[in-house]
Design a binder for this molecule. Structure first.
Ligand code: SF4
Ligand code: SF4
Length: 336
């Protein structure tokens, strides 16, 4: 058995199977939450069959998550409105710090859909495309610029102004605003999404690579991760399969460890490596198995949600009569 003996036993098959299982389970969970939230909004609008609002919908409010984290740090009190946004934001950040941007590579539904799109494009066109470096590098910078704007926005606000924002009519129904972006999509938004879908079939993870500020933050957090993709030059046979398979276009075959904030921890490179013990995800001394990553990611997520539920920091205590007033006029609510 090699130093990283599990690689021989489990790969190339299991890492991608295990990851896909986690990805699709989380995608299904999001579809379930989205459907429940839609039915809740329809119940408020039309009455009839009562459906409770799922707090998990706040996972789609990353800016509220950042603002609530800032509020928590400033006051020491867990925010009352949209607490689940903060809980999920911190859980995903923890997952990325521990497991190498695993939020993007293992959990994010947008990442999962993007991955299926570029794989469909690769199978259709028999290749993937990456822009030349002179264009790729500045384009990758866009997501950090967007992240900087959001961090500045959330960080510059005082506790009073964050509370004022979150308890304003707009802040209370920010989740309904997000739903309405998809329910009543403007022509411009539909065109932009269409361009991203087509572009994602050509350039792997186009949205994540160039535009997603959340992914940019997870990538920066992942720099602190103890886990990295590591190559053992003495075992490597220089076939370059790892680099060719990398959706982030990283030169895996030329480095001894991948520090890049672009690494998704997806283990695609490990899965295709034909040389025993040449490539692994882990610390300098120890490899971790895909099953361990899957179990640990699930454990962090479930513990965060469970703890928030037990301590009463999961549900937003917005009464139904407030929703009944605000939801019918949500389209006219402007940003405070
Ligand atoms: S280096 Fe490996 S784990 Fe990182 S993004 Fe590329 S294929 Fe995925
Ligand atoms: S796939 Fe494995 S053997 Fe081939 S270059 Fe990468 S690390 Fe070396």
């Amino acid at each position: 058995m090699s130093k990283n003996g599990w690689t021989r036993r489990l790969l190339p098959d299991s890492s991608q199977r295990v990851r896909r299982l986690v990805q699709f389970a989380f995608l299904l969970l999001n579809i379930w939450i989205g459907a429940q939230f839609y039915l809740f909004v329809r119940y408020i609008e039309r009455g009839g069959w009562r459906v409770d609002r799922p707090p998990g919908a706040e996972g789609w409010l990353p800016i509220a998550g950042m603002m609530n984290t800032s509020l928590w740090l400033q006051t020491g009190n867990v925010p009352v409105i949209h607490p689940a946004a903060m809980v999920l934001f911190l859980a995903f950040l923890t997952i990325s710090i521990l497991f190498r941007k695993a939020f993007c590579g293992w959990l994010c539904p947008i990442g999962t859909i993007s991955e299926q799109l570029w794989k469909l494009g690769r199978d259709t066109f028999r290749r993937v495309f990456f822009p030349p470096k002179w264009l790729d590098i500045p384009l990758r910078g866009l997501k950090y610029i967007l992240l900087g704007l959001f961090v500045w926005f959330a960080g510059a606000m005082t506790a009073e102004s964050i509370e004022g924002f979150l308890t304003s009519p707009y802040g209370l129904v920010a989740d309904v605003k997000m739903l309405d972006f998809f329910r009543h999509m403007s022509q411009t938004a539909a065109i932009v999404i269409g361009v991203l879908v087509v572009g994602s079939m050509l350039v792997p993870n186009m949205w994540c690579r160039y535009l997603c500020p959340y992914g940019a933050l997870m990538g920066i957090a992942a720099l602190a991760s103890p886990l990295r993709i590591r190559r053992v030059p003495s075992a490597c046979i220089d076939c370059a399969k790892c680099a060719k398979s990398c959706p982030s276009n990283l030169p895996v075959d030329r480095l001894v460890q991948i520090r890049s904030a672009e690494c998704l921890g997806c283990m695609e490179c490990v899965a295709v490596c034909p040389a025993e013990g040449a490539l692994y995800l882990g610390t300098k001394k120890r490899a971790v198995s895909p099953a361990f990553v899957a179990a640990a990611v699930a454990a962090v997520f479930l513990c965060a949600v469970g703890l928030a539920r037990v301590t009463g920091h999961w549900h937003s205590p917005i009464p139904e009569h407030v929703y009944k007033v605000l939801i019918p006029e949500v389209a006219s609510l402007g940003h405070p």
